[in-house]
Ligand binder design. Structure first.
Ligand SMILES: NC(=O)c1ccc[n+]([C@@H]2O[C@H](COP(=O)([O-])OP(=O)(O)OC[C@H]3O[C@@H](n4cnc5c(N)ncnc54)[C@H](O)[C@@H]3O)[C@@H](O)[C@H]2O)c1
Length: 298
């Protein structure tokens, strides 16, 4: 079922990588979009409103949500290593920040709360980052039980695409290849990922927000095909006319998974895939252009 045009959606973390593409998709589908972020969005589009603020500011969050139909939360610390190094900040922004938004959603009587969780949520990796996502999911479920707050939780897998930065593995690899002519990869190359282009993810996100079938669901959103890092690196090398050297280094990190983020857990999410609109080669080219536009020479 589609909702009436001009439903109002507010997107916390809407200036970030995934959030900004979701805002674009919401605008494209006729929503009135408000972005709430700690920094002004460089991607603010015509007709979108911007509120600059902190998700921990209860009064500001409550006032911002009032009058909105849909609330989406992409704000907080998205980087696994940053969460591991700054656990208290991770807890503050990813758990308490989510709770502040939940309280305001109850007061406003919204139609659906959509939360950006992670495929790491019930994996054996991910450390503090994973814990913050587990806790946030539990609070959302409890708010539904206590206050009938409608929700959908999306567990995103490995995303890639333009507007990403050095925290994103594909961005890092391409930037290194373009600026240094060399890729230092930590691992054997046998590690696999199911990458999904951020635009495909944004489109599915808005479907999950608005379709009845996804009410109170935990959805896993990844690409439909897994790719080994070795193949990915070879593909990038070929796209750069073999002008890149690849060096495999020992992997010392224990926070990232090798083959799969899934471990047996009591709360499985439904995996949702679509036919990708953007294929991997096209997507990689977009990032090469993006890095190039940032002014890097190669
Ligand atoms: N990128 C991925 O591959 C991926 C995978 C799985 C899950 N996720 C989840 O999706 C969400 C978005 O990830 P992303 O990659 O777009 O990250 P991002 O860092 O690009 O976006 C997060 C946004 O939140 C904003 N923000 C941070 N703290 C804030 C605060 N206190 N108040 C208001 N705004 C604040 C940031 O300014 C930023 O614009 C995160 O919850 C992340 O854990 C991302």
């Amino acid at each position: 079922m589609k909702f009436l045009e001009m439903s109002k959606a507010i997107v916390f973390g809407g200036a970030g990588f995934i959030g900004s593409f979701v805002c674009d998709e919401l605008s494209r589908k006729g929503y009135e979009v408000t972005i709430f972020d700690i920094k002004p969005s460089p991607y603010l589009a015509d007709g979108q409103e911007m509120i600059v603020g902190d998700i921990l500011d209860e009064e500001l969050v409550t006032n911002a949500i009032a009058g909105h139909d849909y609330v989406l939360n992409f704000a907080g610390i998205a980087d696994i290593d940053q969460c591991a190094n700054q656990p208290l900040d991770a807890i503050r922004y990813n758990i308490l920040g989510n709770a502040v938004i939940l309280e305001a959603c109850v007061k406003a009587g919204i139609k659906r709360y959509l939360f950006a969780s992670s495929a790491y949520v019930y994996s054996n990796s991910g450390a503090i980052y994973k814990n913050t996502k587990q806790a946030a999911e539990l609070f959302i479920e409890t708010y539904h039980q206590r206050h009938q707050l409608p929700y959908a939780i999306i567990r995103y897998g490995s995303l890639y695409g333009p507007r990403s930065d050095a925290r994103n593995s594909i961005y890092r690899i391409i930037k290194e290849a373009l600026t240094e002519g060399k890729i230092h990869y930590k691992g054997t190359g046998e590690e696999t990922r199911e990458y999904i282009h951020v635009q495909d993810a944004a489109e599915l996100t808005v479907r999950i927000l608005e379709e009845d079938a996804f009410a109170q669901q935990h959805l896993v959103l990844t690409g439909s095909q897994s790719i080994k890092y070795r193949d990915l690196l070879d593909m990038i090398k070929e796209m750069l006319n073999h002008q890149v050297e690849i060096e495999y280094l020992p992997n010392t990190s224990k926070t990232h998974y090798k083959l799969t983020p899934y471990a047996f857990a009591p709360k499985l999410g439904r995996k949702l895939v679509n036919n990708p609109f953007i294929d991997m080669g096209q997507g990689l080219l977009q990032i090469m252009e993006h890095v190039h536009e940032e002014g890097d020479k190669f």
